[in-house]
Design a protein around this ligand. Structure first.
Ligand SMILES: NC(=O)c1ccc[n+]([C@@H]2O[C@H](COP(=O)([O-])OP(=O)(O)OC[C@H]3O[C@@H](n4cnc5c(N)ncnc54)[C@H](O)[C@@H]3O)[C@@H](O)[C@H]2O)c1
Length: 243
């Protein structure tokens, strides 16, 4: 584990899955954590499971004003931000030929615009030596599975966005991405229920990942152990995709 005593982490999508596990992990490492999510009840419950170093707020990734408000909440509560982890996201299936403009734009608004809004809002309040970690996906490398062109495009955008952010903010702040494969969270529960066994067969490590296994990579990327790493993406897919 890492020592994040005195640091503050703002984590989006912290009401569930990878974001929630990341908030818990950073909290265990001693950080103050701000859990932001569109699901206010979930984030309240998740923060309540931690102690007074945890705060929460309702936050809609696709709304720039909501991003500003989440950052203001973190700054009011803890005085600044050291680590920003972007885990809010949606995953909807729709074949390209039937995809409406609204479906396309909603995916991009939450998964890609959302990363821009909260990063732009956070940077002026991030302390020197801070780090940003964006949760992308192997879909960003390989284009997304069947019926997920919009999702794949949003995640490919995250990979490129992260590199651009890394360049713009260096040397003051580092920015990296994680590209998970199948991780056992509510987002993919139905898919894993119906075709999990087939998916596991294609994973060299012979299992899906756990949210905490992504949280620990996010912690590594925010820690001094990765102090010379920026603009990089770590694929965590049990070997299912070797980029
Ligand atoms: N689970 C996987 O297999 C997998 C694989 C690759 C990448 N990812 C990515 O990891 C991230 C976390 O996903 P997860 O698997 O933990 O899913 P999850 O559904 O468990 O958690 C996603 C969280 O994002 C929140 N959210 C959704 N829309 C939002 C919005 N508009 N504003 C703020 N919050 C919003 C949800 O309320 C939820 O709490 C996502 O970006 C996802 O694309 C997941």
């Amino acid at each position: 584990m890492f020592d994040f005593t005195g640091k503050t982490a703002l984590i989006t999508g912290a009401g569930s899955g990878i974001g929630r596990a990341t908030a818990a992990y950073f909290h265990e490492c001693g950080a103050n954590v701000v859990l932001a999510d569109i699901n206010a009840a979930a984030v309240q419950e998740a923060a309540g499971a931690l102690d007074g170093r945890a705060s929460h707020c309702r936050y809609d990734a696709g709304d720039p004003q909501s991003a500003e408000a989440a950052v203001a909440h973190a700054v009011d509560r803890f005085g600044g931000i050291d680590h920003l982890v972007l885990a809010a996201g949606i995953y909807e299936q729709q074949l390209l030929e039937g995809m409406t403009d609204a479906q396309w734009h909603r995916m991009i608004a939450v998964n890609l615009d959302g990363a821009f809004y909260i990063t732009r809002a956070s940077v002026p309040h991030m302390r020197d030596g801070g780090a940003i970690v964006a949760i992308a996906s192997v879909a960003g490398h390989q284009g997304g599975s069947f019926g997920h062109t919009h999702y794949g495009a949003s995640k490919g955008g995250i990979l490129a966005f992260t590199r651009g952010v890394a360049r713009d903010l260096a040397p003051r702040i580092r920015a990296n991405a994680i590209a998970p494969g199948w991780i056992d969270t509510p987002m993919v529960a139905k898919t894993l229920e119906s075709s999990g066994a087939a998916k596991v067969k294609a994973i060299p490590l012979q299992r899906v990942g756990q949210p905490r296994e992504i949280a620990s990579i996010a912690a590594f990327l925010c820690s001094d152990a990765s102090s010379f790493v920026t603009g990089e993406s770590i694929i965590a897919a049990g070997g299912a995709y070797m980029g």
